[in-house]
Design a protein around this ligand. Structure first.
Ligand SMILES: Cc1cc2nc3c(=O)[nH]c(=O)nc-3n(C[C@H](O)[C@H](O)[C@H](O)COP(=O)(O)O)c2cc1C
Length: 184
């Protein structure tokens, strides 16, 4: 931001420089699964295990969560771009939705990680609300994730860049998985 001017488009562009994965947040309401694409998914605490999602106050999920108080997070695999588009409200031809269920919460089949969360707090924050939840169940596998960067989907390119090891500390939130051998 320069001087007193605040350009929303440039703000979005700057935010887009933060690379993320892509998740679909799901919940079961009146016995039907509902989902929305979200990349504002954050790891919050290890003990107790907490995560959050930041949801637009205009979204259907924001309307449903105060009633269901539980949500699932499916971290999409790199071949699940169509699911991301579908749950972001775009029309996708020939899409077959397949859900799996964990602890009564629907999740998307084929995702690279799942979290089932009990909402413990909701913080209004501008035009979004932060839904903080306690993780009741999680799973993950080694498939490659879908990435989102600069407003576009991206894939990991391990052939181009050699991953750099992060200094490990098993007590840090940012060393989750540090008990596994580092990828070289
Ligand atoms: C890659 C991607 C990430 C998104 N992340 C978020 C997010 O973190 N929070 C949010 O409120 N909307 C996010 N959206 C937009 C919602 O997915 C979109 O507005 C969706 O249609 C809302 O669901 P609804 O139409 O059922 O209300 C994202 C969209 C895309 C494509």
């Amino acid at each position: 931001m320069s001087g007193s001017s605040f350009d929303p488009r440039q703000f979005r562009n700057a935010l887009g420089r933060f690379a993320s994965g892509v998740t679909v947040v799901t919940t079961r309401y009146e016995d039907r699964p509902h989902g929305m694409t979200a990349n504002a998914f954050v790891s919050v605490s290890l003990d107790p295990p907490l995560v959050l999602v930041s949801l637009d106050n205009r979204s259907n999920m924001h309307r449903l969560l105060p009633a269901t108080l539980r949500y699932g997070v499916s971290v999409l695999a790199e071949h699940q771009e169509k699911l991301s588009n579908h749950f972001a409200g775009r029309t996708v031809e020939g899409l077959h939705l397949r859900f799996v269920e964990r602890q009564g919460v629907p999740l998307l089949e084929g995702a690279v990680a799942y979290f089932v969360v009990q909402v413990i707090d909701a913080h209004p924050a501008g035009d979004h609300t932060l839904y903080i939840g306690r993780v009741e169940h999680f799973e993950s596998n080694d498939e490659r994730p879908l990435l989102f960067y600069s407003g576009q989907y991206q894939h990991l390119r391990p052939d181009r860049a050699k991953p750099t090891a992060w200094p490990q500390d098993e007590f840090s939130l940012f060393s989750i998985g540090s008990l596994d051998p580092p990828i070289t």
